[in-house]
Design a protein around this ligand. Structure first.
Ligand code: DX5
Ligand code: ZN
Length: 220
């Protein structure tokens, strides 16, 4: 099942509660929260207190995408703060097996994130320990970047890898997703579509989610 996960990075931070309600009305089923530390990526966003408040403001599962150095030190804290999905960059964590296990033990879904230049081979050993893989289709750090076209083929190859291993790992895609490319991304095998600009960068985020869902059905 394809799900839309609006990224609050492009939302109005002074009206987050309202904006979450709007995308939920539009059919969003996951809220994507980009956590950046100004070290692993060249930008700083939000952390634990904001996740805590968001978890009180919505019933939708919070998907925290940790773009931070030493994610193993913080991953469990995000689950305690209310995140139901926590993903960790493989480039940032030499002990990702341990971090994924810790996230799961706390009761959340554990995800591995890989950057556009990281080959799928990097997932080889850890894939079976993750509930989902987040493929970056832009270099992490900022919203509003252009979708890297080769990501579609990468989704297709990852889908094959997961199916060959008979795993139930889901594929999430993040960066530059819009109503023109979402159909082909879905037909390549991605199920969780993160969209920042294509939702909160629009004048009517509720309608924007509805249109993304429609574009997915039409072209998938
Ligand atoms: C980028 C973030 C994304 C970002 C996507 O580092 O991980 O989640 O918010 O924004 P758009 O959809 O505008 O590319
Ligand atoms: Zn993200």
């Amino acid at each position: 099942m394809v799900e839309i996960a609006p990224s609050i990075l492009s939302a109005d931070f002074a009206r987050l509660g309202e904006q979450l309600a709007a995308v939920e009305r539009g059919g969003a089923t996951i809220i994507h929260v980009d956590v950046m530390d100004g070290h692993f990526v060249p930008n700083i966003t939000v952390g634990l207190p904001v996740v805590r408040s968001l978890s009180r403001a919505t019933q939708l599962p919070l998907d925290t995408h940790l773009m931070i150095s030493e994610p193993g030190r913080y991953a469990e804290l995000f689950v305690e703060a209310g995140a139901r999905m926590v993903s960790v960059h493989i480039e940032a964590d030499p002990h990702i097996h341990r971090t994924l296990a810790a996230i799961r033990k706390k009761g959340a879904q554990a995800g591995i994130v890989i950057n556009p230049a990281t080959p799928l081979g990097a997932l080889d050993e850890a894939l079976q320990f993750a509930d989902y893989v987040l493929l970056m289709s832009v270099n992490p750090g900022f919203g509003g970047q252009e979708f890297i076209e080769t990501s579609v083929e990468k989704v297709r190859r990852l889908r094959r890898m997961i199916d060959e291993r008979k795993l139930s790992t889901r594929i999430e895609i993040d960066g530059g997703v819009d109503k023109d490319n979402i159909g082909k991304i879905a037909s390549a095998g991605a199920e969780i579509m993160v969209a920042g600009t294509a939702v909160f960068g629009q004048s009517d985020p509720e309608r924007a989610v509805r249109e993304l869902l429609k574009a997915t059905m039409q072209l998938a």
